[in-house]
Design a protein around this ligand. Structure first.
Ligand code: BGC
Length: 656
């Protein structure tokens, strides 16, 4: 592999794909790489037939996020990397860390959270997991691509502070894992395509964030091949002859210099070296073990949203279980295909509860196909005879390339819930979805809601395990569930066809609802357990000028083993600039045996207290008091303390 041995034609061909998934091999002089989706399990295609190989369908990224467990993010990445090794993929096109600005974004199931800190921390572990096996990752989509509608043309108009505080930090944090590639996004940012955005690709990504890998375009995201290469994209995917023609023409006209071409080729060579010389590429998990990883993550990402009268775990005599439970993931490039055949939730619950009469009926089976309802009368007849009814429902419209028009379940599924709830007061609804569902039409009529998320191929096993109490639920929401779409910062607004102004600024997700006192259905970080926890003994230890360790004792008050996600927020008590009520700056998932107490340690640093000052062009802390808030959700703070930060006077700019 020597750049000197390449003709200019070969060099230019190296800048574009060879086909949909492979890089060019410069007439056999350079090894070709196979890049493959995706975040929720390997979606590798046979390049000749277009057929997708069967793989382990992992819980979707949104579900992984709900575990709040960095070790599981590592396991997820490591598990998918095993499949990459087996099938011969060199780079996994994942993970995506775009912020969930609106619940209607059709691709939210592929993203972690509305919160940049959480997204960054989880993505970092996922990348570590994949790359620990000698497989590259592609941190995507860089950046401010927060909806699907018009994604190839729209310009996201975002102010500098909002970029710094909301849309860039997840990338910045995840970059600590040194992903081998970063994928830019389809949209424009403030009028410049991301594939050609020198400020973002060079000044921010390379010079400031220190990224040393290869920048790949999103598939056909480049509008001008030569401008993209010149301004910091290193590889244009997939193959398009027009890109080659354009590059050649630009080179002949002197628009593209040899140094631009060589810079990009050197990045590709570095990536090839990383991919082809790694001795870590050894399959360490069997197919069965991969399924077990999927199951472990699936169980821990399930969120118990509501559980009136402790109806769960199930312990009734007569239980009816049914519904539509086959939506295990979202659609588009992230949709992996499994050959795993799972038993139904009904069969699994029946097996786990041999002392109950567990039955099912087809009448509950409103599918997610429009207007397909079964015998609802029969369902109601069965519901009357049982003590509890468990009903699975699934969202029907979450996919790449499309935003959702609304956040309701299909009418038929809502009708089924309402009909059954009319005749049985003990209904448990299991929701399979990748992003917020508006439950307002039925939630008051049911006793419990289990958020099964998009839990992958092990979804049914995981749900049955939670329903029966074999697994104590420990997932928590990583996006706020509002009362209605109208309450969200963006509502139903889709911009003006050309631009999408981020007028809410830094007030995204819980930052928005808290700032403007908007009540929500379920707050960010919410999730119930079958156990109860007590928080006490908050200690804040100063270990550097702006570095602190935070300790809190968490006790499991119940007689079952359980896990709790401990959330750490920081509030700037008074600030000269507008700031969120509080922001997530740490978290830890802790496992507690019945009655056990553990001291949980989390850390804070400069960035935990700073805002981005566009006047100083840097992160800045304003002296004063900061509240340290630790709790079970953003709206359930259990213990708090206050610290006073007094930095050198020379660093301060206000007279307060
Ligand atoms: C998606 C990427 C994906 C790529 C390759 C694009 O349309 O936005 O996330 O990795 O296709 O399938």
């Amino acid at each position: 592999m020597d750049i000197k041995n390449l003709t200019i034609e070969e060099k230019l061909r190296l800048l574009i794909g060879f086909n949909r998934w492979q890089t060019n091999d410069a007439n056999g002089k350079v090894p070709s790489l196979f890049l493959s989706d995706g975040p929720n399990g390997l979606r590798m295609m046979n390049v000749d037939t277009g057929e997708t190989f069967k793989a382990t369908v992992m819980p979707n990224i949104s579900h992984l996020a709900n575990t709040w467990d960095e070790d599981l993010a590592f396991l997820d990445g490591e598990t998918i990397a095993n499949e990459c090794i087996e099938y011969g993929a060199d780079v996994l096109l994942a993970p995506g860390v775009n912020i969930k600005r609106t619940p209607l974004c059709g691709r939210n199931f592929e993203y972690f959270s509305e919160d940049p800190y959480l997204s960054g921390v989880m993505a970092k572990s996922y990348i570590d997991g994949v790359q620990s096996k000698g497989i590259g990752t592609s941190l995507k989509h860089f950046c401010a691509n927060n909806r699907e509608y018009d994604r190839r043309y729209v310009s996201s108009e975002v102010d500098e502070r909002t970029m710094r505080e909301i849309y860039l930090p997840a990338f910045e944090k995840a970059l600590e894992a040194k992903p081998w590639t970063v994928m830019n996004s389809y949209n424009q940012l403030n009028g410049v395509w991301l594939a050609e955005n020198k400020k973002l690709l060079k000044d921010v990504l390379r010079d400031e964030f220190g990224f040393d890998g290869l920048v790949v375009s999103d598939w056909s995201a480049s509008h001008s091949a030569w401008r993209s290469i010149k301004n910091g994209t290193d590889l244009l995917m997939p193959y398009r002859e027009k890109d080659y023609v354009e590059l050649k023409d630009a080179y002949d006209k002197g628009l593209l210099a040899d140094e631009d071409i060589e810079r990009a080729i050197n990045r590709l060579f570095e990536l090839i070296n990383r991919c082809k010389t790694s001795d870590k590429k050894v399959v360490s998990y069997t197919k069965e073990e991969r399924h077990n990883s999927a199951l472990k993550i699936a169980k821990e990402g399930i969120v118990l949203l509501k559980n009136e009268d402790n109806i769960l775990p199930l312990n009734a005599k007569n239980i009816l279980v049914g519904g539509y439970h086959d939506a295990i993931g979202g659609g588009g490039s992230a949709q992996a295909i499994t050959e795993y055949q799972s038993k139904s939730v009904y069969e699994l619950v029946a097996e786990k509860l041999p002392n109950s009469n567990v039955s099912t009926c087809n009448g509950l089976l409103a599918t997610r196909k429009l207007h397909e309802v079964y015998d609802l009368k029969d369902a109601v007849k069965q519901a009357v005879k049982n003590d509890v009814v468990v009903l699975s429902v699934s969202s029907y419209n979450e996919t790449e390339s499309l935003d959702r028009e609304n956040a309701y379940l299909m009418r038929e599924q809502e009708e089924t819930i309402l009909a059954v709830a009319k005749y049985n007061p003990n209904v448990v609804v299991v929701v399979n979805a990748g992003s917020y569902i508006d439950m307002s039409r039925w939630i008051d009529k049911v006793k419990a809601v289990v958020w099964a998320g998009f839990a992958g191929e092990a979804s049914k096993e995981a749900v049955a395990s939670v329903l029966t109490g074999e697994t104590c639920p420990s997932g928590k929401l990583t996006e706020t569930f509002p009362l209605a779409i109208e309450d969200t910062p963006t509502g139903y607004d889709i911009g003006d066809m050309f631009t999408n102004r981020y007028t809410e600024g830094i007030y995204v997700g819980y930052r928005w609802y808290e700032k403007y006192d908007i009540p929500v259905a379920f707050p960010f970080g919410h999730g119930l357990s079958y156990a109860n926890f007590e928080y006490s003994n908050l200690k804040i230890e100063k270990i550097g000028e702006t570095d602190y360790n935070v300790y809190v004792d968490v006790k499991n008050l119940s007689n079952i083993d359980a896990k709790e996600v401990v959330e750490l927020y920081v509030k700037d008590v008074f600030s000269s600039v507008s700031r969120p009520e509080k922001e997530l700056k740490g978290f830890k998932k802790v496992s507690l045996k019945a009655g056990e107490t553990k001291t949980v340690k989390m850390s804070l640093n400069y960035r935990s207290f700073a805002f981005y000052s566009t006047m100083l062009d840097k992160w800045h802390i304003e002296n004063g008091e900061f509240e340290i808030l630790v709790g079970a959700s953003s709206q359930d703070i259990r213990v708090k303390g206050v610290i006073d930060i007094e930095l050198d006077e020379k660093e301060q700019y206000t007279l307060w």
